[in-house]
Design a binder for this molecule. Structure first.
Ligand code: ATP
Ligand code: FE
Ligand code: MG
Length: 336
């Protein structure tokens, strides 16, 4: 099967063709990071306008690069939610038009299912599987017993990990998105400030990062009031250590408790080198296979949407041309 994936939930306009849910034939991503940088974050109106300008271009490019015609395709998979509603609608409307014009079925994909299925483009997923989702809007631990089955065992009670990265980066005067800049500073650092870790209740798999963010802000203000300067490397390193410590420790505990055969990381923050190294090291000790996609497949892309869409297609899931953007869409299993 050849599936065209389309993703426009946030600030990447992306289209991709994936074969059999595992092989990338083409993968086009038009990022708006340069223009969103000026605003220090994603401005919904700006995002929508970019998507309108880019969407047909990236879809055409995905076909051209693949050397395929629309008639070679089996379905169109598009991000249905969650995300910015105006942004989602541009991808969905493009998908509907394309599907209608070419007589193809349309499948609505949950963005986080996409992040998880980015792993399927690298290697076979083995179940039971634990997925650590760390992105701009989500921080979750999800247990999967088989394809299309999702059990949420923990999530953030306030900020997502990526959100914390972006806010702390702003405090440190780093450009948006903040993750890569903090990662670099932390790696170059020769010391670190100790910031708190929010473990929550003893048996909880939930997360909380807003306290950490506040303590970084307070630390900076206190120093500045005393007329001292902040060492950004030490702050970045301490902040990153706190996040990595909590994410790694909870993932390890969950992997042990549920006896999983594979652990995967997904989402933009899974591009973080410090986190990747920490998870790799700890799961190696436990002899549990740990996998994380290359950085380009951790951040938003359409190949992951096509991969998840293929699994849904194989399970018989089909959407309709009445599909709408779902900004607060919940991740539902499709295997039942
Ligand atoms: P969601 O997937 O939850 O809907 P999103 O699509 O906006 O949100 P992603 O694009 O998956 O999120 O990830 C973007 C986030 O990843 C940003 O917060 C960014 O700072 C973070 N990020 C990117 N690279 C790194 C890195 N190297 N280290 C840490 N964070 C990173
Ligand atoms: Fe994302
Ligand atoms: Mg993004």
């Amino acid at each position: 099967t050849y599936i065209l994936g389309i993703e426009t939930s946030c600030d990447e306009t992306a289209a991709s063709i994936v074969k059999n849910g595992t092989e990338i034939i083409s993968n086009i991503v038009a990022s708006q990071i340069t223009s969103q940088k000026r605003f220090g974050g994603v401005v919904p109106e700006v995002a929508s306008r970019h998507h309108v300008e880019q969407i047909t271009i990236v879809i055409d490019e995905a076909l051209t690069e693949a050397g395929l015609q629309p008639s070679d395709l089996d379905a169109v998979a598009v991000t249905e939610g969650p995300g910015l509603v105006g942004a989602l609608l541009i991808g969905i409307n493009a998908a509907k038009a394309f599907a209608f014009a070419n007589g193809l079925p349309i499948i609505g994909v949950h963005h986080i299912a996409g992040h998880i299925y980015a792993n399927q483009l690298m290697q076979k997923m083995e179940f039971p599987l634990l997925a650590l989702i760390v992105s701009g809007g989500h921080t979750e631990l999800i247990l999967m017993d088989e394809h299309g089955s999702f059990n949420l065992i923990g999530e953030t009670r306030d900020d997502a990990a990526g959100e914390a990265y972006d806010k702390v980066a702003r405090v440190l005067g780093l450009p948006y998105p903040g993750g890569p800049g903090i990662d670099k500073l932390a790696a170059a650092s020769d010391g670190e400030i100790e910031f708190p870790r929010a473990w929550l209740e003893k048996d909880s798999y939930d997360f909380s990062f807003s306290g950490l963010k506040s303590s970084v802000i307070n630390y900076k203000h206190n120093l500045e009031q005393r007329g001292e300067t902040v060492n950004p490397e030490h702050v970045a390193s301490g902040f990153q250590s706190s996040i990595i410590d909590v994410l790694t420790t909870k993932s390890v505990r969950a992997a042990k408790e549920f006896g999983v055969k594979q652990v995967i990381a997904a989402g933009g923050v899974a591009a973080n080198n410090g986190l990747r190294n920490s998870l790799e090291k700890e799961f190696k000790k436990l002899d549990i296979p740990f996998k994380v996609p290359p950085i380009s497949l951790c951040t938003d892309n359409a190949a992951m949407i096509a991969a998840a869409g293929t699994s849904m297609f194989d399970a018989g899931v089909r959407g309709t041309l009445a599909m709408n953007g779902k900004p607060g869409m919940e991740l539902m299993s499709w295997n039942k």
